[in-house]
Write a protein that binds this ligand. Sequence first.
Ligand SMILES: *Cc1c(COP(=O)(O)O)cnc(C)c1O
Length: 228
Amino acid sequence: MSVKENLNKITNQIENAKKKVKREDEVLLLAVTKTIDYDLIDKSIEWGVRDIGENKVQDLLKRMDHYGDKVNYHFIGGLQRNKVKDIIGKVKLIHSVDSLRLAKEIDKRAKNIDIIQDCLIQVNVSKEESKSGVYLEELEQFVYNILELSNIKIKGLMTMAPYEAKENELREIFSRLQDAFNNIKNKNIKEIDMDYLSMGMSSDFEIAIEYGANIVRIGSSIYGDRNY
Ligand SMILES: *Cc1c(COP(=O)(O)O)cnc(C)c1O
């Protein structure tokens, strides 16, 4: 299958998943380009991709050099504090804010260049040891702590489900994050905009959409298997 065919298929799957739960709002397809060759990424941009994501700072910076302002950039991986300065202000969203120390560094660097950086809080719903993210029980307090920082703006939540999770487990995880998202949204805190719920990858995005995901992060279903 070509990138074009893959994108068509995914677009249909997104629309069908939305119909299933009678959603009419937009779902952003975030193309995850890690390790992918430029000819394939070029094709995906040609066929409508406007947002790309990487999980390593060096790799994201290379994509920025290559594509300039042709696309929007998202950082979706573990972010070391000493690398925040390299991406601050250049990314539409940092999906992976998972500690107050990191949030403070983002706030400080954003202040330095007089911008407000939009971010998502990464939540570790299933408490997998191998994954980062705040736990659901800590989330509300975490949100209030970040509110004190004036140059970082919370725009929503992100999670990664375990790779081996079965369908019922995925539904449980996505529905718990959707509840947490709505709880925060319903507080109508003026300093934050709960615009984005980033969940769902190649193997589980259709289910995530049933639970309100409006950013799906998809790599291998667009580009084929990665060569690590
Ligand atoms: C790699 C990655 C994805 C995409 O994974 P696929 O299974 O290839 O769709 C999504 N989110 C994050 C955080 C990733 O690192």
